[in-house]
Ligand binder design. Structure first.
Ligand code: ATP
Ligand code: MG
Length: 392
């Protein structure tokens, strides 16, 4: 029965020119999200609102599901459009609408009408009163409550007349594209896809980098990361995934540095390379899935060591989260089942039995000097052989 959706968005802080940027980005993201849905849609702005009109047949549930992934949307109102065929016909139509949408009539309601078209023969106060009366006649179990109605029946008089009363919650946040772009260090684990999701929610476009170590890590492990990038892209839009072959760098560190510092030194090279690609691609920051104390390489001391090699800000949205809280979000965004597939991660292959938990940055730097001879060349080769996968 519904033919359209009215899209609600939080308007805080989007006055003046920012408002247009915000709305245009939102329209763009809605178009992108609905491209994957059955049916055709016309998305348009009208008098400070955004409407999604179905052009013919469409799948209601699928459409709502996709709209619920568009950041910036705070609410989705399914709308029925009717032609203006006089007030009596309109009342009949509204009564039928209530009959369809609310099987239980024992409810309070209020009619809220707006005239976008001033040539309509009744004023809004009159519409509210007369339609309220017609509804009460049709459904005597219902009652009016003007302060706190259970059903707020919106009637908008435009070229056509719009009827809506339900609001399905949206994901909130800001439309992707309004907040610049950042580079996500995406591994095959649980944390980094969640981190990417959280920063995308603030309107930031996401690029990603994955370090793999063939033949120690398999093609299947890489495919898992592509799958995770695809899940992030359902919220963030297309994700450019840069795949770096990290094997030779890892082996060289293994050969030249103390094994208990291997993870930290490796993480420092990941951050350096990620920052290099980030700068080349116009990213304004890096994103990781780190959380204080989760593993040896994420103690506060270890974070000093991995943080100091970058100049760009490193965003760690999960820093204060427990694993269970991260798992909750991972499940909510449908990444969890993919994340727990058992494919090896390049970090786990060479891990020492007792990695340092309080690395001393001076000592780490000193040991990195063991790499002086070949590391620059190896990093350059890794960059030169980078593979780009556009995931959408
Ligand atoms: P995740 O669940 O995200 O894999 P983790 O708990 O396994 O995290 P670490 O392996 O210590 O934690 O990695 C910390 C962060 O470093 C990750 O969240 C991710 O952002 C980044 N990272 C780790 N390994 C890789 C990799 N192979 N490629 C890209 N980024 C990585
Ligand atoms: Mg990991």
């Amino acid at each position: 029965m519904f033919t359209a959706f009215l899209i609600k968005y939080a308007e805080i802080g989007i006055k003046g020119k920012n408002r247009y940027l915000f709305e245009d980005a939102l329209v763009h993201q809605i178009k992108f999200a609905l491209k994957k849905c059955e049916g055709r849609f016309l998305i348009h702005k009208s008098q400070g609102r955004i409407y999604v009109d179905a052009q013919g047949e469409f799948d209601y549930d699928e459409t709502v599901e996709h709209l619920q992934k568009v950041f910036g949307i705070s609410g989705i109102c399914p709308v029925v459009y009717v032609e203006d065929e006089g007030f009596e016909k309109l009342c009949d139509r509204v009564i039928r609408y209530i009959g369809d949408v609310y099987p239980d009539k024992n409810r309070t309601f209020k009619v809220h009408s707006r005239r976008a078209r001033k040539d309509y023969p009744k004023e809004s106060m009159e519409i509210n009163a007369d339609m309220g009366e017609a509804i009460l006649n049709a459904y005597p179990e219902m009652s009016v409550d003007v302060h706190n109605p259970e059903i707020l029946l919106n009637i908008e008089i435009r070229e056509k007349i719009y009827i809506y009363s339900e609001t399905i919650p949206g994901p909130g946040g800001m439309p992707v594209g309004t907040g610049g772009k950042a580079m996500l260090l995406l591994s095959g684990g649980i944390d980094s896809p969640v981190a990417g999701y959280m920063i995308a929610k603030r309107g930031v476009k996401i690029d990603a980098v994955y370090f793999h170590a063939p033949p120690y890590t398999s093609e299947r492990a890489k495919q898992k990361v592509v799958d995770l990038a695809r899940i992030v892209s359902e919220y963030a839009g297309p994700v450019w995934l840069h795949v770096i072959n990290f094997t030779d760098i890892q082996l060289y560190i293994y050969e030249k540095c103390p094994h208990e510092e291997l993870t930290i030194i490796m993480r420092r090279y990941m951050m350096r390379i990620a920052e290099h690609i980030a700068r080349e691609t116009g990213c304004l920051g890096l994103i990781t899935g780190e959380s204080i104390g989760q593993v040896a390489s994420q103690t506060m001391n270890s974070l000093i060591a991995t943080n100091e090699v970058c100049e760009l800000p490193v965003y760690r949205p999960l820093i204060g989260f427990d694993k269970m809280e991260i798992v909750d979000i991972s499940q909510k965004i449908d990444a969890f089942e993919t994340s727990i597939q058992p494919y090896e991660d390049c970090c786990t292959i060479f891990v020492a039995r007792h990695p340092v938990t309080k690395p001393n940055v001076n000592i780490i730097r000193r040991h990195e000097r063991n790499l002086e001879e070949r590391i620059e060349e190896l990093v350059q080769t890794a960059l030169d052989t980078k593979e780009l996968i556009v995931v959408e």
